[in-house]
Design a protein around this ligand. Structure first.
Ligand code: GLN
Length: 419
């Protein structure tokens, strides 16, 4: 059987390409020189499989799409408290190029320029000189992408030569004691960060790395800890699309970040990383066609974060009888993920099995177990086993085994399997 995904992605591009609204971001002169017709889309699945269509090998500068990743690196390097002391997590409701400082002088969030400059200054710690921060960032972005990323010199020079507004932000941050470095050094580093070249494929991999708890599924590298990815995705959800955040949340419902080069990346936790590229942007600085593509993908593929994720909720694949050597047992075949909601349902299914009967709980088709699902299942089964039911656990792939050390006593699993 052939996967329908590539054909589907080509169809989405075809159907969105008649939209010619928007304009190139000419406040960075070099960005006005790109081909406005470029159009690409990519998905990276949780296991690292990439699908792409259109101009998917075209490189463009990542601009503000660097911000969530640099925020992630700052959190990794400095911890939550130190980062929170310098940059907030509240949506500003303003465009990306408003300063939006709170009364304490802290930028509202790391997705607007002032917040991103403050985030940049945190990288590596106070002992790292400002001119060395960019190389740490370039390496970090490369780890997210799973390949060495370079910069677009022409875009860098063009933006740096016209960055009076960002210079003003850096001076204000220094005035408020939010950064220690020189404004010039910071804006230079921040502009280099924005000039890193990526493809939609890179962006989809970078996004899925955030969506899979900070682990790049292609290289296997744990780039940032899981708590960092959760923090970053939360801020992307509320602040990633600037003053279009509410429209985006309701209409698309995927944590995302746009850049004025025309890229948008998004991550659906535990499932997929998405990216689109088309250079013409709307008044918020978001790619016009890119927004359309995300609307389509979210709707067609049921990706809205607030939508009911049916595949996750339906845990019971089938229920029937199975013959054992010494009689008949109830056979509960489970599929999908074990987490709070699905295991809670399982207990109600188990409750329906009459006292005194044997039950086979079959995890062969379970693909993922989170720590809460694991603990609930083990505790619950221990309780049931102590009653008059006989329980047999079938777990051929060891999905319940506990390499991450969630603190669950695994002896119960072997006891149950031996039963
Ligand atoms: N480098 C751009 C700037 O600082 C990034 C803005 C964006 O992509 N929204 O203005």
């Amino acid at each position: 059987m052939r996967t329908p995904v590539p054909d589907y992605l080509r169809q989405v591009l075809r159907q969105c390409s008649d939209n010619t609204d928007g304009a190139l971001a000419d406040y960075i002169p070099e960005l006005a020189n790109v081909d406005p017709e470029r159009f690409a889309v990519a998905l990276c699945m949780g296991d690292g499989k990439v699908y792409a269509a259109g101009d998917s090998e075209t490189e463009f500068t990542n601009q503000s799409m660097s911000k969530p990743f640099v925020y992630a690196l700052a959190l990794r390097d400095r911890g939550l408290a130190e980062v929170q002391a310098r940059v907030g997590v509240e949506p500003s409701g303003d465009p990306f190029n408003e300063m939006s400082l709170g009364e304490d002088g802290r930028p509202s969030n790391p997705m607007i320029n002032s917040g991103a400059i403050a985030t940049h200054s945190l990288i590596g710690g106070p002992e790292v000189p400002v001119e060395d921060k960019f190389e740490l960032i370039r390496r970090g972005l490369s780890a997210f992408a799973g390949r060495e990323l370079g910069i677009d010199e022409a875009v860098f020079e063009s933006e740096f030569a016209t960055s009076s507004r960002n210079m003003a932000f850096a001076h204000m941050l220094r005035h408020h004691g939010m950064v220690e470095q020189t404004a010039l050094g910071l804006v230079r580093g921040y502009t280099l960060q924005c000039s890193v070249k990526v493809t939609v494929r890179d962006l989809a991999v970078m996004a899925v790395t955030l969506g899979m708890g900070g682990r790049n599924p292609i290289t296997g590298e744990q780039v940032v800890p899981e708590w960092v990815s959760r923090q970053v995705l939360s801020v992307m959800m509320t602040c990633g699309m600037y003053d279009a955040a509410g429209d985006w949340m309701t209409g698309v419902g995927i944590p995302a970040k746009s850049g004025v080069s025309g890229g948008i990346l998004g991550a659906l936790p535990g499932q997929v990383g998405l990216a689109a590229f088309s250079p013409k942007i709307d008044r918020h600085g978001n790619s016009v066609r890119g927004v359309r593509v995300f609307e389509r993908l979210s709707g067609d593929l049921n990706l809205h974060l607030m939508g009911i994720q049916e595949a996750r909720v339906r845990l019971l694949l089938s229920s029937g009888d199975v013959e054992l050597d010494d009689g008949t047992a109830h056979h509960l075949r489970l599929q999908g993920a074990l987490y709070f909601g699905s295991v809670e349902q399982l207990f109600r299914d188990l409750d329906e099995v009459p006292e005194g009967e044997a039950v086979v709980v079959d995890l062969t088709k379970v693909t993922y177990v989170n720590p809460v699902g694991r603990r609930m299942l083990l505790d619950g089964m221990r309780g049931l086993g102590e009653g008059s039911r006989r329980l047999i656990l079938v777990d051929p792939d060891g999905v319940l085994s506990d390499p991450t050390g969630s603190g669950v006593d695994m002896s119960v699993v072997s006891e149950l399997s031996e039963a």
